[in-house]
Write a protein of this length. Structure first.
Length: 364
């Protein structure tokens, strides 16, 4: 597995080893100021002290493992704060300069937790949005080790908290309707963390030439699920695309699995064949689900592909198709092209400008 930071990748790894060790899950449940990771980020620690995932840039993880040992010993949840704004203490000694504060909740994973996390993983695999609720400030220590799983509309799916299994907080329902990625809220004397957990980004790459391999590998490194499509026998070989989630060998004329497109977030057309690119573009237009479509090749080639596709919706083509695909970062090797494509795709899917964070134009 290339990526071990996303919820999907971490849960996949945990479930494959769940019965081999005892486990603690560490979650950022609140923050003030700047921090490397946002609330909702998780890290897994097993009973051997091995860690998977990050809740910081690597500076806090060793200390979190020490706190996890206490959780393993008494099987009780533990909440710890790291305040980088203070002039003394463990966080200050690190000298990271973030000037932020994060709260990390460490929970011992029981059999009930495993059942809930298995359900969460399956929902992610089926492209279903879920919400994970944890309490981190309560007069009752036992409530800190509870997890509750809610569906897209706030319906309670599973909980380890039997006493509050029927809790339908008005505050939580309102928050879910807002669709925020993470929110803290208080009910009575208990403070809760509510994290929206969506499926991993689903990228389809049409064209299984060797130049597509770096694109697939880099996307997998980011925790994306990648489907490679190519009917040609010498293309899309498993030995080349080891990190693809799926490989489909099908010609666009024979493609009858349009329902699979419903889980698609992005598509890149790079078959190096005008007719094939046009045929796949037509199917993408009919499905109209991809938030990003990239078309490899120069501007003139884009015109030829669009003409062969017989798509008369010029507004859709202008809005949805990015061709020539990618950002202007220089380089002509497959790895540089892959980086350029994924940077553009990532910015579109996350509604960002793709400009320098410093606000400066580089090489202007």
């Amino acid at each position: 597995m290339l990526n071990n930071h996303s919820h999907f990748a971490l849960l996949e790894l945990y479930l494959s080893q769940a019965d081999n060790f005892s486990w603690v899950i560490a979650t950022i449940v609140n923050k003030e100021g700047s921090s490397y990771r946002s609330p909702g980020a998780i890290m897994l620690i097993n009973s051997l002290g091995q860690t998977h995932g990050l809740v910081s840039g690597g500076c806090l993880e060793a200390n979190i493992v020490l706190h996890a040992k206490k959780v393993f010993d008494n099987q009780q949840a533990h909440y710890v704060e790291y305040d980088m704004r203070e002039d003394d203490g463990y966080a200050a000694e690190l000298g990271v300069g973030c000037k932020g504060k994060i709260g990390v909740l460490l929970q011992f994973i029981t059999a009930e937790h495993q059942t809930l996390l298995t359900s969460l993983y399956q929902r992610m695999k089926n492209a279903q949005v879920s919400y994970l609720q944890q309490s981190f400030s309560s007069a009752e220590q036992e409530s800190l080790n509870q997890l509750s799983l809610f569906g897209r509309n706030g319906e309670l799916l599973l909980t380890t908290d039997k006493q509050n299994s029927q809790d339908n907080s008005t505050a939580r329902d309102h928050i879910i309707k807002q669709g925020d990625a993470h929110v803290n809220f208080v009910v009575s004397t208990t403070e809760y963390s509510l994290t929206k957990i969506a499926a991993p980004i689903n990228l389809w790459v049409f064209g299984g030439g060797s130049d597509a391999a770096p694109l697939v590998t880099m996307a997998a490194q980011m925790g994306w699920r990648v489907t490679v499509v190519d009917h040609r026998s010498s293309y899309a070989r498993q030995s080349v695309f080891k990190h693809a989630s799926h490989i489909l060998r099908v010609h666009p004329d024979d493609f009858a699995q349009q329902a699979l497109f419903q889980q698609m977030d992005a598509a890149v057309l790079m078959t190096h064949n005008l007719t094939l690119d046009a045929a796949w573009l037509t199917l993408l237009y009919k499905a109209n689900v991809a938030k990003y479509i990239g078309l490899l090749g120069p501007l003139e080639r884009r015109g030829n592909v669009e003409a062969l596709s017989h798509i008369n919706d010029s507004a859709w083509l202008l809005r949805q198709v990015n061709g020539p695909v990618g950002l202007d970062i220089g380089g002509e090797l497959p790895e540089s092209i892959a980086l350029s494509i994924l940077a553009q795709c990532h910015s579109v899917l996350h509604h960002r400008s793709a400009l320098a964070l410093s606000g400066k134009y580089i090489n202007a």
